[in-house]
Ligand binder design. Structure first.
Ligand code: MG
Length: 375
């Protein structure tokens, strides 16, 4: 009887579509294509960092994120307090990406019986630390048990005047492509933590070697949202034409801006800001440093475009780098290398590397502590 059922299921499953065939963005497109809107107050739905809802003379920004243990975080090296902090920050970053001010949030958790109450105290102390730092009110949530592991869902609201909201879709040909801060360090931090986890698995008595990598590890475990940029740009009299935050990697976010704005882009490799130590570390791991920025993700910096006429205003602002420009050829999204070659940008970095980065996560320099060469 069971056999029959299995056979039936097996036959049926061969006609079904694997999630991996669609990928995350394909899945979102598919699930959202039949959405209808019933309220004129819904100014922007799916397709940006946050939804935009009319509420009198201001708009409400609304965004949500789900973090799943084993997918988005690894508690072997992610302290629960940091996890709580990061869960809040990644949501605030989406409000910053709309040029809004974060206001309230709800936090829901599902938690397995393996977690003692004190562990959740730690998680919430991180959540509340972030709330205090960014002036966000925690106004509700839900708790549930889970069969396995920890899930955290955060929903956040923000506010802005309607004319202040910056969408992904506003870039025009010729606009300058700009980025805040530097990129790739959060990814290198992850690689260091993964490396030390492997060492620990081989020999639990071994202390992790994390000193000297404070910047990279800090960027991974305790990112900050660039809520300061709103005032920096306003103070300089600059209004970006499009904006997005960098959660999935520079290449992926540039492609989002191009798609929503119906433009192409030319990105200049040598302009991409990468911390010098991160660059060195990447080389030690046999990774082209540019790839940590293009495909690493979790930097939570802001990527935005400004009109060419703002060049004089933006060129000397500390911590903002012009890395390229948008073009009218929507079929051309390219990076120009220092020797003048053009490479096509893809969500994973660029074409020749589509399978490269994920594999690199487990490679890296030969480590005597895990390679069997220990003396
Ligand atoms: Mg975002």
């Amino acid at each position: 009887m069971f056999e029959k059922k299995d056979q039936k299921q097996a036959g049926k499953s061969s006609e079904l579509t694997a999630l991996s065939e669609l990928g995350e963005f394909g899945l979102i497109d598919r699930l959202t294509k039949n959405i209808q809107r019933f309220h004129p107050e819904t100014l922007k739905g799916v397709g940006d960092d946050a939804a935009v809802i009319a509420t009198g003379d201001k708009v409400m920004l609304l965004s949500t994120d789900l973090l799943v243990e084993g997918i988005h975080f690894d508690l072997t090296y992610m302290p629960l307090k940091h996890l709580g902090y990061k869960a809040v920050v990644v949501n605030i970053s989406d409000i910053a990406a709309m040029n809004g001010i974060p206001l309230q949030m709800t936090v829901s958790i599902a938690v397995s019986s393996r977690f003692p109450v004190e562990a959740l105290d730690e998680l919430y102390s991180g959540i509340l630390t972030a709330c205090e730092k960014y002036h966000v009110d925690l106004v509700g949530g839900d708790t549930s048990s889970s069969v396995k592991g920890l899930l955290i869902s955060v929903t956040i609201t923000g506010t802005a005047r309607p004319e202040e909201v910056i969408y992904r879709s506003g870039a025009r040909s010729g606009d300058l492509l700009c980025v805040t801060g530097d990129l790739g360090s959060a990814y290198m931090g992850l690689l260091i933590l993964e490396r030390e986890k492997k060492v620990f698995q081989v020999n639990p008595a071994m202390q992790p070697e994390l000193s000297g990598f404070d910047y990279q590890i800090g960027r991974q475990l305790k990112p900050e949202a660039r809520t300061d940029i709103r005032n920096v740009l306003m103070g300089a009299g600059i209004r970006p034409t499009a904006m997005i935050d960098i959660s999935d990697g520079l290449a992926s976010e540039i492609l989002h801006l191009c798609k929503q704005s119906k433009t192409g882009c030319r990105l200049f490799e040598e302009k991409i800001p990468i911390d010098p130590q991160t660059r060195e570390l990447a080389l030690e791991y046999n990774i082209i440093p540019t790839l940590t920025a293009l495909s690493g993700g979790e930097d939570y910096e802001l990527l935005f475009t400004v009109s060419q006429s703002d060049y004089e205003k933006i060129k000397d602002i500390e911590g903002i780098t012009i890395i390229g420009h948008m073009t009218d050829n929507s079929g051309e999204k390219v990076m120009i290398t220092p020797d003048g070659k053009q490479v096509e940008l893809t969500a994973q970095g660029w074409n020749a590397w589509t399978s490269g980065l994920a594999d690199k996560r487990t490679s890296g320099p030969v480590d005597k502590r895990t390679s069997g060469q220990a003396d």
